[in-house]
Design a protein around this ligand. Structure first.
Ligand code: G4P
Length: 524
């Protein structure tokens, strides 16, 4: 058995709509956690020197910023692993898969905008896996919406119980501080910067007469009236409901001015779950099992076209991983020795040689490892639940030079392995079809084909809008194929896919073919 209680881990991600403040909050969390430094800056001594130079070599030579993918810090004996989810407007399956590697998430919403489209999409992914969410209403130093309205929006749109943990005395021009409803502490802006400097003032409750001394009469009235309503009108904090993903504690704050950041770290430390059992076949993997198991949730390819190396990011699910260990990737079936894993570490720990459940290990490889691979000592388990999502945009790939077909296939296979795009090979016709979840992936595809594979290609509209993986008996599928040959394709793993002209088309075919299942996601 691995003793996780002596080495507590909190592995989490931040989900948000662009501009809500994820980057700012990440920075402030790392600052508070004492982890603002880069891997290369860690002072290594003695035997660790070699490991350190391995790390730096990988970062420098390959031009990969692996550091920002996993940010680790340690506080009061707890190791926090913060996994970065790509922050651009479009998102890829990468983002989704990163969320399969965390045990909890912080959802950042802009106080002026409330729940936005991408927050909602990412939240849905968390819900699929019952990932517990802590909500952070950011930017209260600016004019924002009424806090009650925001709470109700979270409750309604996400169908969650909400529990306000803190309360702003007002927003924008009326902002005079944040009141911590559980500890009865007030955090106020200081000096010209109006930042919070970490000095909390203690009170006995919202009715403490001493509050008069530090707040304007308007702010005091607002805080006492609203604070009491907030405490009385919403669910109280319930650890089990939160961990089941049914309730979200809500903190108000300003990442920019450092309000609410400390409370978030404390909430993650106190309430967020330690490494959870991982869904797997034949049985879920228990984090306290002594067998080392993990799964690859992300592959980051070399940004430098001279090298073809990739880093596979593995989330450790059980056991104690040691540098040099041999593990069997499920797709390969034979062991590989992991000699130079990249282990992410906190400020005071020097290069670690071991990792525990909840930790992320970067494994350099030349394409041996694929997203979704389980790595284990005995090769007896398979992680489940790493989804492929039905693409929302489909395009035909047109080669400028038709003699490059083989190269293109290799490139598309590689890039689909990485999760940049999905590739569909039509049953009839020569032009391969690629599918993406967001527009940005198309640009990434074309530029990487050219830069890394020297393949010049363009994309043109495909007569399809979406795709569904189809399943059924051979007989039923054959009959379906006879009629719909031109709409059928195979994915990279030879699964049958129905390419639909529209969402309506999907519904129509579902109705006509009740014995076939049309799936918008496919587990790897
Ligand atoms: P993102 O990663 O979620 O996309 O958001 P990011 O942190 O980059 O923040 C988006 C903008 O919102 C930035 O301003 C940032 O400074 C601002 N911001 C973040 N948190 C707060 C907050 O608590 N209060 C206020 N008032 N602003 C906040 P920008 O002007 O777009 O960029 P910059 O020039 O400031 O970097």
């Amino acid at each position: 058995m691995t003793d996780n209680s002596r080495n507590p881990r909190r592995t989490f991600a931040i989900i948000s709509h662009p501009d809500a403040g994820k980057t700012t909050l990440t920075e402030k969390l790392l600052l508070k956690g004492g982890a603002i430094h880069l891997a290369g800056e860690v002072k290594a001594r003695g035997d660790n020197r070699r490991a350190r130079s391995d790390w730096m070599k990988i970062e420098q030579q390959r031009g990969i910023s692996v550091t920002s993918s996993v940010m680790t810090f340690e506080r009061n004996g707890i190791t926090f692993n913060l996994l970065d989810t790509p922050g651009h407007e479009d998102f890829s399956e990468d983002t989704y898969r990163t969320l399969t590697a965390v045990d909890s998430a912080i959802m950042v919403i802009d106080a002026a905008s409330g729940i936005e489209s991408q927050t909602l999409k990412l939240f849905e992914v968390c819900r699929l896996r019952s990932v517990p969410i802590i909500t952070f209403v950011n930017k209260v130093d600016r004019e924002g919406r009424d806090p009650f309205e925001l709470l109700d929006e979270v409750a309604d749109k996400l169908a969650l119980d909400v529990c306000p943990m803190s309360w702003p005395t007002g927003m924008g021009g009326q902002f005079e501080g944040i009141y911590d409803l559980t500890r009865n502490q007030l955090h106020q802006p200081e000096g010209d910067s109006k930042n919070y400097d970490g000095k909390a003032q203690q009170f006995t409750g919202l009715d403490d007469p001493k509050l008069e001394e530090v707040l304007s009469p308007e702010a005091l009235t607002r805080l006492t009236e609203e604070g009491e309503l907030a405490q009385g009108g919403y669910a109280s904090f319930d650890l089990e409901a939160y961990r089941n993903g049914d309730l979200t504690p809500v903190f108000f704050g300003s990442a920019l001015k450092q309000f609410g950041v400390e409370e978030l770290i404390e909430a993650i430390a106190e309430h967020a779950p330690p490494p959870r059992p991982q869904p797997a076949e034949p049985d879920p993997i228990q984090p306290d099992s002594s067998d080392v198991t993990g799964f690859v949730f992300k592959i980051q390819a070399n940004m430098d076209p001279q090298h073809r190396d990739r880093i596979a990011f593995m989330r450790l699910c059980s056991g104690e991983f040691k540098r040099g260990m041999k593990l069997i990737p499920s797709a390969l079936g034979k062991p590989i020795a992991i000699h130079s894993p990249i282990l992410f570490f906190a400020q005071d720990r020097e290069i670690a040689d071991t990792a525990l459940p909840g930790d992320i290990i970067g494994i350099p490889n030349h394409g041996t490892l694929r997203v979704g691979d389980t790595l284990s000592e005995k090769n007896q388990v398979r992680i489940t639940g790493l989804p492929n999502f039905a693409p929302e945009i489909l395009r035909r790939v047109i080669l400028k030079d038709p003699t490059q077909t083989k190269k293109l296939r290799k490139a598309l296979d590689d890039l689909s392995e990485e999760g940049v795009v999905q590739v569909f090979y039509p049953e009839i016709g020569a032009n391969w079809i690629i599918g993406v979840v967001g527009q940005l992936q198309l640009d990434v595809l074309i530029s990487r084909l050219s830069a890394e594979y020297k393949v010049e290609a363009s994309l043109e509209a495909a007569p399809f809008e979406t795709a569904r993986w189809i399943n059924g008996s051979d007989e039923i599928l054959n009959a379906f194929a006879n009629i719909n040959q031109t709409s059928l394709a195979r994915d990279r793993d030879d699964n049958l896919v129905f390419l639909a002209k529209s969402a309506w088309d999907v519904g129509y075919q579902e109705e006509r073919n009740p014995e076939i299942t049309f799936s918008a996601t496919r587990e790897r």
